[in-house]
Design a protein around this ligand. Structure first.
Ligand code: ATR
Length: 278
């Protein structure tokens, strides 16, 4: 029988998850369909009950339910528990198990363009996305991570919560600019530069390290101002499509045991967005 998967969130109408997952089902020959469900916060609890009753095989969770869904699940894996957010649920013989593929998805995508061992990294932001990325990145050998956030105390809290003071430091924008030439990798996780405020950048760039990698989790616009600035200075750049594809591929793998073609996923999203280059 055809299996059913989906994504719950609000808003959800512009989600590109149905596009890439349905294509991946087709590509892999897995007999399943993926549907986007518009679920408001007041309906989360009955929606999860409905998922159980209908025997939905698995689903993604997006804004605004990633944290609120945790108490409604039967189990949550360690990373999702520590990050405090679930973006993927697997229905394993009636048990709903939560995972977080955002952090791992980002790091896997980043590893396509750079090794991470012993790298000096700047993370801009300290919100939900930064949290997943920071937690996952901190497991890489020898990394040294600076966190710069508009609200510095939130970056400091994150470092303290994960007990990572030995490898991470909360710094000001001034300090981030001063250290810019030392970073091998700069990761942008805030909403600054997102459509429609596309002229904004969270960090002015003058000079960067030769061969530095700049990765922005935003993909609308396809290239943020930060990415354009970094490119102009010779950086290797990545937009948010890469993380989006990898978090989806890892979710797909949790559900089916198969790892789909991430390049195909990226290209589908790129076509949909009318983008020029990944
Ligand atoms: P997400 O889950 O997408 O990470 P979030 O948890 O609301 O969203 O986090 C948003 C991030 O963007 C935060 O780091 C936030 O900075 P603050 O902690 O100071 O709020 C950052 N952010 C949002 N708007 C910003 C702005 N105009 N300037 C600088 N940082 C901004």
């Amino acid at each position: 029988m055809k299996k059913l998967y989906g994504v719950i969130g609000a808003p959800i109408e512009h989600s590109m998850s149905p596009l890439i997952h349905n294509d991946a089902f087709q590509q892999t020959g897995y007999n399943a369909h993926y549907h986007a469900f518009y679920i408001e916060p007041k309906d989360l609890k009955p929606a999860v009950k409905g998922m159980r009753a209908l025997g939905v095989s698995g689903f993604n969770v997006t804004i605004p339910h990633k944290e609120a869904i945790i108490p409604l699940l039967d189990q949550v894996d360690e990373a999702a528990e520590r990050i405090g957010a679930v973006n993927t649920v697997v229905n394993k013989d009636g048990l709903l198990i939560g995972y977080n593929t955002d952090g791992k998805g980002f790091v896997e995508a980043l590893k396509e363009v750079t090794k991470l061992n012993n790298k000096r990294i700047l993370i801009i932001g300290a919100g939900g996305a930064a949290r997943a990325i920071f937690y996952t990145l901190a497991k890489e050998q020898g990394v040294q991570i600076d966190l710069f956030n508009r609200t510095a105390s939130k970056a400091a809290d994150l470092i303290e919560e994960f007990s990572l003071g030995h490898l991470a430091e909360s710094i000001t924008m001034k300090e981030a600019i001063r250290r810019l030439e030392a970073y091998d990798v700069v990761i942008q996780t805030t909403s600054v530069g997102m459509f429609p405020q596309t002229e904004n950048s969270p960090l002015p760039l003058n000079v960067i390290k030769q061969g530095a990698v700049f990765s922005d989790i935003i993909y609308n616009p396809y290239e943020t101002k930060l990415i354009k600035d970094a490119k102009a200075l010779g950086a290797v750049t990545q937009n948010g499509v890469h993380m989006f594809a990898y978090q989806a591929a890892l979710a797909f793998e949790h559900w089916t045991g198969l790892f789909p073609d991430t390049n195909r996923m990226k290209n589908l999203v790129k076509e949909q967005l009318g983008g020029i280059s990944c």
